[in-house]
Write a protein that binds this ligand. Structure first.
Ligand code: PRP
Ligand code: MG
Length: 176
């Protein structure tokens, strides 16, 4: 299992000083550039999600959560629901503002897209400060669903983002 994950880890590239000096950017797109590695990762994500009480809906976070969420939802045979940045989703939405390194941002979900008590898995590519995942978890909870797992492919351990989460959390690949 470790060997499988190491193939994924090896495909992730690190770009120093992007988007700002001092930041080591983790680029997941090389994974998608290799169909075998991408397929393997999607299988690992699927297996990780099956360790949970049965998931009834997958929520993915704009934008990189959209690369993995719909594939997982298809494998689990459950609906995929997007959380998007403010002003992108039509119809009635519920909002959640959150802190970024500089300033604030706002996430939205369409009202009625998840149902009361529904067991939701939230997926994103990466956990850094945890602010993005916490906002998503708060938003899904606000509309009455039950967050059974927050799943990220990559976790940046140095930022201790997992500590800010109050729902079950799992990451597949950790970097210092
Ligand atoms: C990145 C990443 C996570 C988030 C993690 O998204 O995809 O969603 O940052 O950071 P945090 O844990 O400190 O909140 P970004 O906002 O850069 O946008 P993108 O997914 O649209 O590329
Ligand atoms: Mg993102």
């Amino acid at each position: 299992a470790l060997q499988r994950l190491n193939r994924i880890r090896d495909a992730i590239t690190t770009i120093p000083d992007f988007p700002k000096p001092g930041i080591y950017f983790k680029d997941i797109f090389p994974i998608l550039g290799n169909p075998e590695v991408f397929s393997e990762l999607n299988e690992i994500i699927y297996e990780a999600s099956k360790s949970m009480p049965q998931v009834e809906c997958v929520v993915g976070l704009e934008s990189r959560g959209f690369l993995f969420g719909p594939i997982l939802a298809q494998k689990l045979k459950v609906p995929f629901v997007p959380i998007r940045k403010k002003g992108k989703l039509p119809g009635e939405v519920v909002s959640q503002t959150f802190e970024l390194e500089y300033g604030t941002d706002c996430f939205e979900i369409q009202r009625g897209s998840v149902t009361k008590g529904q067991k939701v898995l939230i997926i994103d590519d990466l956990l850094a400060t945890g602010g993005t995942m916490k906002a998503a978890s708060d938003l899904v909870t606000k509309v009455g669903a039950d967050v059974v797992l927050c799943l990220c492919i990559i976790e940046l351990l140095g930022l201790k983002g997992a500590k800010s989460l109050d729902k079950p959390f799992k990451s597949l690949i950790a970097f210092d």
